[in-house]
Design a protein around this ligand. Sequence first.
Ligand code: PLP
Length: 746
Amino acid sequence: MEDSIRNQFDHIPERISGLVDLAYNLWWSWNPEARTLFKQVNPQAWKESIHNPVRMLREIPIEFLKRAAENPAYLRRYDIVMRRFRKYMNATGTWFSAQYPDRSSLTIAYFSAEYGLHHSLPIYAGGLGFLAGDHLKEASDLGLPMVAVGFLYSQGYLHQQIDPDGWQEDITEPLDHDAAPIIRVLDSAGEDLVVRVPHIDPPIYVAVWKVQVGRIPLYLLDTDIACNDPRNRGISSRLYTGDLEQRLRQEIVLGIGGRKVLHALGIEYAAVHLNEGHPAFALLERIRERVERGMNFEEALEQVRATSVFTSHTPVPAGHDVFPVDLIDRYFQAYYPALGIDRTEFLQLGVHPQLPGAGFNMTAFALRASAHHNGVSRTHGSVTRQMWRCLWPGTPEATVPIDYVTNGVHVPTWLNHRMRDLYDRQIGPTCPNWLAEHDDPAIWELIDEIPDAELWHLHTWLKAKLFNRIREQERIKWAEQHPGGRPGPAAGGAFLNPSVLTIGFARRFSTYKRAHLIFEDMERLKRILNNRWYPVQIIFAGKAHPADNEGKRVLQQIYRYTQQPGFGGRVAFVEDYNEKVAQYLVHGVDVWLNNPLPPMEASGTSGMKASLNGVLNLSILDGWWTEGYNGRNGWAFGSETAACEGRDGTDAAAIYDLLEKEVVPLYYNRSIDDVPHGWVKMMKESIKSNGPRFSSRRMVKEYFARYYPSLLKSAGTEYARTPAAAKPRAPAWEPQVQGKTREEID
Ligand SMILES: *Cc1c(COP(=O)(O)O)cnc(C)c1O
């Protein structure tokens, strides 16, 4: 632990000072024993800190810490957890080291604009961020040599507050640097490390923070420092700004600046993994460095391609950044010459063949500058091939070189710890090391042997926890008495009843996710919700992007429904969806509803989190569910074919039919012990069929198996090769007229 941090915690008794190391390594967040260690110092202080150990250790009265340091029972636990932690951090016997005993040096640099790791570090917007966070946690658990780069968004976390009229207000909460698990990176002289982003004028400087994600260091870039002019200071203030120029500057800082920062830190890596197109300029900088060392552009591009992986995440066109040519000119005119190419050649790298005049397309560039690229589910792989086959004209769609690796979720993060204990009791005696091998489907067959009543009662307990949490949130809101008054208590869920079949719908309010779909036929829905003997209730949560007024209107509409007596108080909206709320929801509802407009959901991951905990998916056939659904582990509806007239009505009717004919009857069919055995059977099927397959362990291993040998080979030859002497640029790579493609460029 860095002295700069250690000094700030010298009030902590020496005997338990390891708590500081633990607090500054997110390892604690996916190891329940470590979490308990913080909680046991003082449960109220833990709660007050909103489960944030850094904040807790700063704010807790010293006497609580002294008491813990003198409590033999606490110290016994402390010693055991600290020993496990140190062993984890020093581990040599990892999965990776068993695969590649002599290859610890082949580090992969992972770049992403957002990371969802824990709510105490709010540098995420949604699914893409959680995918990145889970990837890092899993890479750590497997012992993969990896280093990651992202942004510290200092001004930009937006809390959602719903006004009495149902309109989403975005409340900015500046990051409290002292309460986040981040450490400022210093240079060799002990000063804050500051790195200049090359070739950009006026200059942009970045400071760097480090987050320890188990064994993986994540470096976060921060432009909010005094030596930057005010506009530059704001570059890292918020995620996905709508201001195109500022967004371009962000992506320059992330890619080119990020590459520079790793260099300044002396971190060697041999391959790059881009999470979505935002950080793609990192590849440009890798090319430039090679050109600087004397390679020609063509050769440098080839080498960078061979050692780069690009994962595309969205079939939504707006999800792909395109920058107008005049902006590119403004920021890159000093850069073209450094690459040894001219303007036309440069622009050609980012041309979308079908929209040649649109500007510099980051996805098109990333596809051209990486040899390995993939979508994030089988369906999305095929959609991505259709979208980008224009880069490989003449190639049949099936052989367009875009692969897929289906997403997965980090099991120790998303599996509730009480559920984990239950699985442990069932699986542990036969397979003590099951958590380390949890991507093996055979192990999960043992789930079938859990007594129905035990699984059901734990599920009921988790549901009660969710409801307590929602009511508590509602109580606090009510007590705070929003200006303008608070509408009736129905909105936030005060009327929710734990014995009623409960559907959860929580995700970003992007219009393609169709949060309003279940309200298509209001009368039919009312009949379902208000059924006297078999009632149903729905909990909604999610934020709209601050600039997405259409999303906000959908949210408002749903909010208004929560207040209509006709829905019987059976529709609730939980404010301020974040990682913590997500945890409660995916553990505690009965059914997870998902009804995007196919094929827009590239994968979706919240349903995977739900099914891991025995929550059943009721989902349209899109994204991961086309692979996950097996006819026995939940419900599916809808066809994969794209939008057509009347689609909303057909899909909604399919949901009502399933609810009326299958979901509701199965749920309320109780035997004498009040356990719905048929339902529990389906829960078990869902856990065991989805748990191993949609784990990030399976996913990271798959990336590894698919790309690592080739990366290794290419990186090996690159390492072996001494920088070539300067030679004139080979004429092989000719500027192309608009519309030409990668294949032709090659
Ligand atoms: C998992 C998760 C998401 C992504 O869920 P999708 O199903 O992909 O929409 C978004 N936000 C939070 C807080 C999550 O935990």
